[in-house]
Ligand binder design. Structure first.
Ligand SMILES: NC(=O)c1ccc[n+]([C@@H]2O[C@H](COP(=O)([O-])OP(=O)(O)OC[C@H]3O[C@@H](n4cnc5c(N)ncnc54)[C@H](OP(=O)(O)O)[C@@H]3O)[C@@H](O)[C@H]2O)c1
Ligand SMILES: [Zn+2]
Length: 340
């Protein structure tokens, strides 16, 4: 039986372990992907730290996957062996629940469809994915460039394009990490007056190079007051993991302004009622995107030169990659490469 390597999490809060496994076979409706690159997202911590209910361990994380279709299960149409594909957080949908029947596949609530959580993800030489979850990778994007666009990229791009801002509006991106550094690029390239908000001064130069027109250091400045001074934000894309940091920006929303919660905040947000109703402000969440949204994200990125800044590490160093991401040392995405 041919073998492959997989970086699996042994148990909730348990270590990463690189093990040999049999190369899996695709069932009907699925494909096997020879993985070339797999991004390390903060949401991998849901699997690693056991914060998502019902995960069966050992589990292979990884929902920012780029590779090549290697085998087709029965009944798969429209894909061929050799196609370059990506898989993201939205790893399929049931097609039968009420959300799916409305055509809102992104809101399919049926469990069992998230790579790295409900089935094994991309931190391995091969993975199995439902054909419906595949996004076609365009020419002009390497696997390492494509991988982070499958979650960090599509989440920021897709939420921003549905946020209601118009060119010239003030758009702030809170947090300059994996998601945030892409959010800054998308906002600037889409024609918004772009503000990056991060802690400390050290990210200012990078944020400006990524396209930010303004930079707010949330440690030495009051983000709400600074955003108000700039005219009030139409949109704040909140990519941080801190609920307190999100709350500190809400006063900087302009009329009709919307705080879009992307980060899985550690504590609840505090939202004052009067500014919400008086200025029609809102707080909303946004979950990633479907395969077609990932394709749109990649197409936009090729057209406008948006790229994730990646630190490449081999699969065998998955534990170190995770640590670099969690500690905030990564600039800005760690991507595991399979070297095959
Ligand atoms: N909605 C969705 O569909 C979706 C998709 C993907 C990820 N997520 C979630 O989005 C969040 C970000 O993911 P990621 O992969 O981008 O993580 P990441 O690369 O670790 O980046 C998080 C960033 O947040 C910053 N941060 C944390 N606390 C802060 C604070 N108090 N003030 C300012 N900045 C702060 C960190 O800055 P420092 O460098 O200063 O520590 C870091 O740069 C996670 O909660 C993840 O689970 C959601
Ligand atoms: Zn993710």
């Amino acid at each position: 039986m041919p073998k492959m390597r997989a970086a699996q999490v042994v148990s909730a809060k348990g270590p990463y372990q690189v093990v040999e496994r049999e190369i899996p076979e695709p069932d009907a409706g699925q494909v096997r992907i020879r993985v070339q690159a797999s991004g390390v997202c903060h949401s991998d911590s849901l699997t690693k730290e056991g914060h998502w209910p019902g995960i069966q361990y050992p589990r292979v994380p990884g929902h920012e996957v780029a590779g090549i279709v290697d085998a087709l299960g029965a009944g798969v149409a429209g894909w061929s062996v050799g196609d370059r594909v990506g898989v993201g957080w939205h790893g399929g949908h049931c097609g039968r629940c009420d959300a799916c029947r409305r055509g809102d596949f992104l809101l399919c609530q049926v469990a069992g469809l998230i790579p790295g959580i409900s089935y094994d993800g991309g931190h391995a030489d091969y993975m199995i994915a439902p054909a419906v979850a595949l996004a076609r990778i365009p020419e002009g994007l390497s696997a390492a460039d494509a991988a982070p666009l499958m979650c960090a990229g599509v989440t920021t791009f897709n939420s921003l394009r549905h946020a209601g801002a118009r060119p010239g509006d003030l758009v702030a991106v809170l947090g300059v990490g994996g998601l945030g550094h892409l959010g800054v690029q998308f906002a600037a390239k889409a024609g918004y007056r772009t503000v990056a908000i991060a802690r400390g001064k050290d990210k200012e130069a990078l944020a400006r190079r990524l396209g930010a027109h303004h930079y707010i250091d949330s440690q030495s400045q009051d983000p709400a007051a600074e955003l108000t001074r700039l005219g009030g934000a139409r949109v704040i894309l909140a990519t941080v993991t801190s609920g307190k940091a999100m709350t500190a920006t809400i006063g900087g929303l302009g009329v009709d302004g919307k705080l879009i919660v992307l980060g899985a905040a550690d504590v609840p947000l505090e939202v004052p009622a009067l500014p919400l109703l008086g200025g029609r402000r809102s707080v909303a969440g946004w979950p990633s995107g479907r395969a077609i949204d990932s394709q749109d994200t990649m197409a936009f990125s090729v057209l406008f030169g948006v790229r994730s800044m990646n630190e490449l590490l081999p699969l065998d160093r998955a534990a170190e990659a995770y640590e670099r991401m969690m500690s905030g040392k990564a600039r800005f995405r760690v991507v595991l490469t399979m070297g095959a």
